[in-house]
Write a protein that binds this ligand. Sequence first.
Ligand SMILES: NC(=O)c1ccc[n+]([C@@H]2O[C@H](COP(=O)([O-])OP(=O)(O)OC[C@H]3O[C@@H](n4cnc5c(N)ncnc54)[C@H](OP(=O)(O)O)[C@@H]3O)[C@@H](O)[C@H]2O)c1
Length: 171
Amino acid sequence: MIISAIAAVDSQMAIGKANTIPWHSPADLAFFKQKTLNQHILMGYQTFLSLPKRLAKRHYLILTRKKLSTLPLATTDLCFLNNWTDVLTHCEANKIKELWIIGGAQIYEQLLDFCHYLHLSRINTTVENADVFFPAIPKHFELQAQQHRTADEHNLYDIDFQLYKNLLLTQ
Ligand SMILES: NC(=O)c1ccc[n+]([C@@H]2O[C@H](COP(=O)([O-])OP(=O)(O)OC[C@H]3O[C@@H](n4cnc5c(N)ncnc54)[C@H](OP(=O)(O)O)[C@@H]3O)[C@@H](O)[C@H]2O)c1
């Protein structure tokens, strides 16, 4: 299974504030959609709560330490899991070939080393009083490609779309 993390960060590596993403970037949302459509996306429970609406045509895997019996019934595209081992077991049982780790900070922190790829959108802004940050990118993640997108009338910020490869898991 290929595992990729995908995140958007500001100039200080902030990813969130008050359990939301503190910028509006249609271009980055479109990028996120293009990468994750029809895929399995893994998120922490806080990120699950933070999403303003269900992302269509995505299979949700949600990490939580809560007792599963206390949560809404899982459906084929909404699945709560208690730990990373259970995620891997679930993926294997369901023959999932690609997994996208979509945050938040706690999940990136714990799972980045298991990712083959990291897609980082560097949003050219600095959020005041951000409260969650992307972890330091390990040295064994090598920048493979970068694409610049200039701000326009719909997108307030320039973005650098970066792709990193985990040299310990890929050739
Ligand atoms: N900019 C971006 O790309 C981006 C992407 C995603 C999210 N965000 C932002 O990030 C923030 C949320 O991040 P966060 O770090 O506060 O929370 P999070 O990582 O989304 O979720 C944390 C929760 O996940 C569960 N969890 C964590 N580790 C676990 C483990 N090993 N096993 C089982 N469950 C585990 C726990 O849920 P329980 O408490 O239920 O046990 C924990 O409280 C929000 O501001 C959101 O908007 C930004």
